[in-house]
Design a protein around this ligand. Sequence first.
Ligand code: FES
Length: 306
Amino acid sequence: VYRVFFAPLDLRRKLEDVGYIHHDSSLTKEESVWDTQRRKKIGNAPPVFPNGWFKVANSNWIKKGQVKSIYLFGEHIALFRNKRGLLRALNAYCPHLGANMAAGGKVVNSDCLECPFHGWKFSGETGKLVDVPYAQKVPTFVSVKKWSCCEVDDMAYMWYHCDGGEPKWKIPSAETIHSLKYVGKTEHIINCHIQIGPGAVHIHVRTPFFRGLMLQNVTPIEPFMQKLTHTFYCSTWVPVCIAKAFYLLETTQIERDILMWNNKTYFRKPILVKEESALAKHRRWYQQFYSENSPKVNQRGELVTP
Ligand code: FES
């Protein structure tokens, strides 16, 4: 009773749970997904990762001094919160002998990540090697890739740019969030190219009865695999069970769309009628998030970086 009437919604769907029709009963769901993915015609799809900010996790997922392993943009990344509370992200593979620093690495000296294998230390601010515990001279040319991070509305974001460029804009706070209450969160894994955001969209809901805000986040895990997260807030006086019912209806619509996204191909020049001009406009607007060197996937499914 408590869960239905008072607890926030927390729905996590696995890839095989939503967005696929399992026609062949002799296959497991995982096999059927794999089969569909393998046969799908990718089409002349746009680059796989747009430049921009992408949600990594909720801020409270990582505490001061903790190191977490994340896998985004096809890269293993060590995410850590330094002793001052700042979020840092470094490529996880240590340039010494290849240990994964997210697997057993430690936060040391207020802002450094220590490799669990032989103790090399890397600055969280620059990614540069700052200490080799058993060497008199530290090779100054050694570093790991550092990713810019920020936190907005209790969510942690990482900046992706195909050329390694610094952030070009800030994620705005959804200011109305502070006058609304948290209703819940849904998470889906989808197989499609990404073309919303890029990464973060604020959807304001205005009905005659209440106001709401849906934060929509898309995070690229690897080419054509995204984590899609929706977090919903609404007017404080709406009973949680009513707000959740509204949110579940929205989720049903999202899951219908996921079935389309997972199975569709991409047409560079789709046939559109006049009433769909906004779609063409959106595609043109979205071009600004790709650069000359944005990685693409070729017809054989291989990642190609120009
Ligand atoms: S592998 Fe990281 S210090 Fe040796």
